[in-house]
Design a protein around this ligand. Structure first.
Ligand SMILES: *Cc1c(COP(=O)(O)O)cnc(C)c1O
Length: 367
């Protein structure tokens, strides 16, 4: 049997059928209906955030969130290239210019000591990424943003349920995006959300995801279509019931990996920020080929020969993607480059058997 890097968590069919019955009765399938509203409020409770808007997916949430700020075209957004392509694409597709900041070699989030050198008169926002369910240095980032009058929009696609000093991740910055894609810790099949506290954003986000329609016959914004439908919201309601149990199972997997790989010379584990309770979204290892004697790709290939599909993620860094070649001044980010060349995400999901984790570790450690 193959083992993949992830396996979606899905509630039982019976639970789902129970949850979608009312949709068949009301025939209300989309446009922010009762199931949408129920999930929205359950998630506001779970994430402990004051406001939340649901979307068809995380990527469109990033685009619509950026649009809400009304930045002039060509404005600069400081971000990192150590992310999924979605973050950088969203900036570019909204006619903004990504400015790439390097990352911290220990936790792979934005290196806060390098942000200020990148600020110019055109800088309008910082868009950092909470990588692998860990958290950025949210305090330092906010301090820099306040000093320079910048917005902060977090890509929290990996960080569903993560807390810092007891505060939900969605409370930091002006906005935080979550992805509910099937591969994420919590899913609605496809889906996403933005949490925020400024109530001015509420109506804007609501309208932008519905073509910019305001009331019945006014169109006040150049929006698109990014609404979460009732069936996906119903899946979310079912999956949310099991998310804590799933995170606990992920934790057991992470602890088994830690035990086997934590003290191996040449293998470096991600450093959790102090005060963070993570969601165990991913299990990345950084492989130092000289110290370990084998490279990241050697391990990847060996696992593949045993039908275990680990993933080189994030690789390549987004400022090295061919679609961006020659388009912008692409800042050099040697740490992000180095990490992307040596990182490997091992299989991590709630139903991964601990025996299988042992087998994966045996294969990694075998000389
Ligand atoms: C998954 C992901 C996204 C995109 O979310 P979708 O829901 O798949 O559109 C954006 N950024 C990061 C870091 C992600 O992991």
């Amino acid at each position: 049997m193959s083992t993949f890097v992830t396996q979606s968590s899905i509630a039982s069919m019976e639970e789902y059928i129970e949850e979608i019955k009312p949709i068949f009765e009301s025939k209300r399938m989309t446009n922010m209906g009762p199931v949408y509203k129920k999930l929205q409020h359950q998630l506001m409770d779970y994430l402990d955030v004051p406001q939340l808007s649901l979307f068809a997916n995380g990527h469109l949430a990033l685009e619509m969130g950026l649009q809400t700020f009304d930045f002039p075209a060509g404005s600069e957004v400081i971000t990192t290239p150590y992310t999924f392509v979605s973050t950088t694409h969203a900036i570019v597709r909204k006619n903004l210019v990504p400015v790439f900041c390097d990352i911290d070699p220990r936790d792979y989030t934005i290196d806060v000591s390098k942000i200020e050198d990148l600020i110019t008169p055109r800088t309008v926002a910082i868009m950092p990424v909470h990588v692998y369910g860990n958290l950025c240095d949210v305090e330092a980032i906010q301090e820099i943003a306040d000093r320079h009058g910048l917005k902060v929009f977090y890509d929290g696609a990996h960080a569903f349920g993560t807390t810092y000093k007891g505060v939900g991740v969605g409370n930091f910055g002006d906005m935080c995006m979550f992805s509910f894609h099937a591969t994420k810790v919590f899913n609605t099949i496809e889906g996403g959300a933005i949490s925020f506290s400024d109530s001015d954003y509420r109506v804007r986000l609501h309208e932008l995801k519905n073509f910019g329609i305001h009331g019945e016959d006014r169109v006040t914004g150049i929006g698109g279509n990014a609404k979460m439908d009732e069936f996906r919201a119903a899946m979310g309601i079912c999956n949310l019931r099991h998310v804590d149990e799933n995170i606990a199972k992920r934790k057991a997997v992470a602890e088994k990996y830690d035990e086997r790989l934590g003290a191996v010379p040449g293998i470096r584990l991600m450093k959790l920020r102090e005060g963070v309770v993570p969601n165990y979204a991913y299990y990345p290892i950084y492989v130092d080929p000289r110290m370990f004697g084998k490279s990241r790709d050697d391990i990847y290939d060996r696992l593949m020969r045993h039908d275990i599909h680990a993933r080189r993620y994030f690789f390549p860094a987004t400022n090295e993607l061919e679609c961006y070649a020659g388009r912008f001044k692409l800042q050099k980010t040697p740490v992000a480059h180095n990490v992307s060349m040596n990182i490997l995400c091992l299989p991590m999901y709630a139903d991964l058997e601990l025996d299988e984790v042992e087998r994966i570790c045996d294969l990694i450690l075998r000389k």
